[in-house]
Every structure is written in C-alpha cells, then in structure tokens.
Design a protein around this ligand. Sequence first.
Ligand code: SIN
Length: 306
Amino acid sequence: MVNTANTATAAKVIPFKAQLGAEVHCGDLRELDDDTFKAIRRASLDHLVLLIRGQSLNDDELVAFGRRFGELAAAAPVHIGQKPRERPEIAIISNVIENGMAIGGLGDGEAVWHSDSSFTPVPPTVSILHALELPPSGGGTGFANMYRALETMPTDLLKRIAGKTIKADLRYTSGGQLRPGYTGQEDIREAPGPSHPIIRKHEESGHHALYLGRRPYSYINGLSLDESEALLDAVWAHATKPEFTWHHQWQLGDVLIWDNRCCMHRRDAFDPKSRRIMHRTQCKGVPIVATTAQELAQLQPHPRAA
Ligand code: SIN
C-alpha cells in the first residue's frame, strides 16, 4: 500500500495484482482536498484505471469531480433514439427502457474491447463511470494495458504497424448502431471518420501506447481491405491477451476512472430482465500525438506492468 501524502485525507493507493489498476481509499469524493485529488490524479497516470468504492454522487457532484481532471466533453448520445439527456456532460449507460424509450446506451449485451469515442477527431482522455443500479450478476468491466501491449509486441508485428494510422468509422455508434443516412454498404475507405496514429505518445506520462479504438469498423490506411483486416486481427489478438488485463465486478457506489489514451475496456453481457444504470462523464481530449520512429526505437517502458 502506497500512502501518497501525509494528510489525514491522503489517498491510499493499492495496486491490483494485474498489469494495471489500483483501488484508492480516499473518503468521500465530494470532500477531497487538493492534495488528495493530486494524489488521485497521479495514481491515474501510474495505474491507468482506479477503483474508488462507496460513493454516492448525484450528477452535479459527478460533474464537479470530473472537472477536477479537466474540461468535460459534451458526449454524443450513446444510443440513437434514447431519451434526450438532461445534461450534456453526463452519458447514461443503461439497458433500462422507460415509457418505451431507452434512458441510455449500450443495452445489456457485451460491449467489445474499445477505447471511448475513437470515432471522434479528438477522443476523450479520462472517463469516470459511477454505478447507480446493478444486475445481480454479470455486467463486469474489463481493462487492458495498452502501454504493455505495445512494449511486448513481437518485432515483426511492430514493424508492420509502425508509422501507420487507423481510420475509425463514424457510421456506427459505440453500440454498433448505424447512424442515420448510412446503409452500412459504403466502402470503409470512403466512409466518414477520423484517422488516428496506431502508436501514440501520452502527452502527460510521456510514455507510448498502442491506440486501436475499436475492432469493428476500423481500417489501416494505405492497405487493401484484406491486408488491413489480417493485420488488425493480428494486432488485436496480441493487444487483448489476458495477461494485460484486469476485470472489475461492480458494487453499488463504485466509481471507476480510466485513461482512454493508454487502456481499452470491455463490458460483459448481463440478464436483460435486470437493470443496470451507470452515469459517466468524460474529459475533453487533446489532439493525438503520433510516436516517432526514434521514440519507438528507444521505448522506455511504463513502470506499471513491472
Ligand atoms: C463503456 O463501454 O464505456 C461502458 C462500460 C460499462 O458499461 O461498464
């Protein structure tokens, strides 16, 4: 256990026995002093994902906590046709239907590995998810360390992706719904959506990470469709190896904070007859910086996995 400050409210950071993630004991998130918040922010850079249990935040309080990490993004609705949101900084992740209308997005199915909103030009940095209602089982959320995935990538695979960019297809939402105006038959190379470097520099930690976005609806620029699919399959098979991951089983009141710049996440399916309600806020992104060939040749591993 690392006591990151000497004050009575100091954050105690307890790393998980995995290649990322830590639980933080810091008391009520509504009452954090600046030193304790600084310790949490540092821990987020050091551990990539943080779990803080036993919170009870309303939306104003979740937004206030999120703002301590940076300016918040006004996220697009997660689900097309969902109930209009009351405030733009809060996304509702839920399978609950009220009066025939989904209150949020992502339903009850599995959400496959991804980093949030990679289909936007400047994807969010930090995401914060708060558990308000949970199914009796299932619906756990897994995380994978993308620093580690890069640092351990076989040389031949690394050479094949070095300097390349991935196009993220904007036609589909996070939940895989086709946005209005598209048929899904369009060639992904012509479809709308930003391209991001496959290997990026984390502008705060200074370390380098694999940045894949999501597996469906993506394309490696400059390759044929078949070559792109084959290379993406190989890279994803490596990036999602169990040894890079940690899996969370939620308890009510949990807050998870993760860094989309250097980790991916996925969500297990759960019983459609049960309810799951999570509120999420996210910090606005910063333009993604590509790792240079020289930086790649002199990669300094991020210390967390060690
Ligand atoms: C997400 O994929 O962003 C949501 C994760 C979750 O519902 O646990």
